[in-house]
Design a protein around this ligand. Structure first.
Ligand code: BDR
Ligand code: CA
Length: 313
């Protein structure tokens, strides 16, 4: 089968970085048409820089990287340096990127790419707040029907929230954008905290990255070392969840994941529960099914895949 064409929309972020590396290491399954940066974990200037650092680490300077929206649709930006560090990619010491940003706004790249390809042949993979994707849908409604699928990291049902008691970070930062995307009618696969909290980087799994002995393996081990200190303290778990790579792993081996087709609505009104993903997991409403909401992962299979692919870079 031909590799699946994707655009990675991202706010790197150590876990975003690992998701990108996994995609770039898997050309038989995934064709990365471009990377679009969005403000999220850290401001846009840094996410756009970090995306290029990651491409260079992977040896893929050929991938176009576009800078996108520097703030949510209608709210001030909230960032997560307390998790990801000042640069967003704290941990390894990596050189400043040599490759330039590709000209043109990320939103226009998304629009132009969808128009240039046959309908139903390009998948969007958002790993951060949904601002770029929603902006593209609002600016060019004709592209909505051309999207093959959206596979995104965001939201939670059983795990409820990580940035507030009720909301997950990516959705909370731009709930209006999330609402636009979830109401778009595009088939959506959601990797919520419910599944990412089962993909924990335990010490043996991190040791396996480091044992690759390569620049990539060591950098990933150092990234997850850094990223972990926050979540281990918070949750008292044996390792931190590796959120965003669940998206790219799903594209390669969907059978590692399981979930339910449900209705998901986004809370945009309440101050208390802003950004909550209200997933009808138990089917208690007759609201339309708009998402495959993933709940489980074969974690060993996931980390085996990741380690095996990172070894290729
Ligand atoms: C999500 O928020 C970010 O901090 C991570 O990169 C991930 O995309 C997890 O809530
Ligand atoms: Ca992210």
């Amino acid at each position: 089968m031909a590799p699946r064409k994707i655009i990675i929309d991202t706010d790197p972020g150590q876990d975003d970085a690992v998701a990108i590396l996994l995609a770039l290491a898997s050309p038989d399954e995934i064709d990365v048409l471009g990377i679009t940066a969005v403000a999220g974990n850290v401001p846009l200037e840094l996410t756009a820089k970090n995306a290029r650092i990651v491409c260079e680490l992977a040896g893929h300077t050929d991938v176009p990287v576009h800078a996108g929206c520097d703030r949510p649709l209608s709210r001030p930006l909230i960032t997560a340096e307390h998790v990801h560090g000042k640069t967003g990619l704290d941990g390894p010491v990596l050189p400043a990127p040599q490759m330039a940003l590709t000209e043109g706004h990320a939103v226009d790249f998304i629009i132009d790419t969808l128009r240039a390809h046959d309908p139903g042949t390009v998948t969007l993979c958002p790993l951060g707040p949904l601002t770029n994707i929603a902006s593209a849908f609002l600016k060019a409604p004709d592209i909505v029907d051309r999207v093959q699928e959206i596979v995104l990291m965001g939201g939670a049902y059983f795990e409820v929230g990580n940035i507030t008691p009720a909301a997950e970070f990516n959705i909370y930062v731009d709930p209006e954008a999330a609402e636009t995307v979830f109401k778009s009618g595009v088939p959506i696969v959601v990797m919520p905290l419910d599944v990412t909290h089962k993909a924990l980087v335990t010490k043996p799994r991190n040791d396996a990255f480091r044992a690759l002995g390569s620049k990539v393996g060591i950098a990933v081990a150092e990234m997850t070392d850094f990223f972990e200190r926050f979540d281990k303290n918070k949750y008292g778990s044996s390792g931190a969840p590796l959120h965003d790579p669940c998206v790219t792993a799903y594209l390669i081996r969907p059978e590692l994941f399981s979930g339910r087709h449900v209705n998901v609505e986004i809370e945009t009104g309440s101050e208390l529960t802003l950004g909550m993903t209200v997933a009808d997991w138990w089917g208690v409403t007759d609201r339309p099914l708009n998402a495959l909401f993933i709940g489980d992962v074969d974690a060993d299979g996931f980390f085996d895949l990741l380690t095996e692919r990172l070894a290729r870079l």
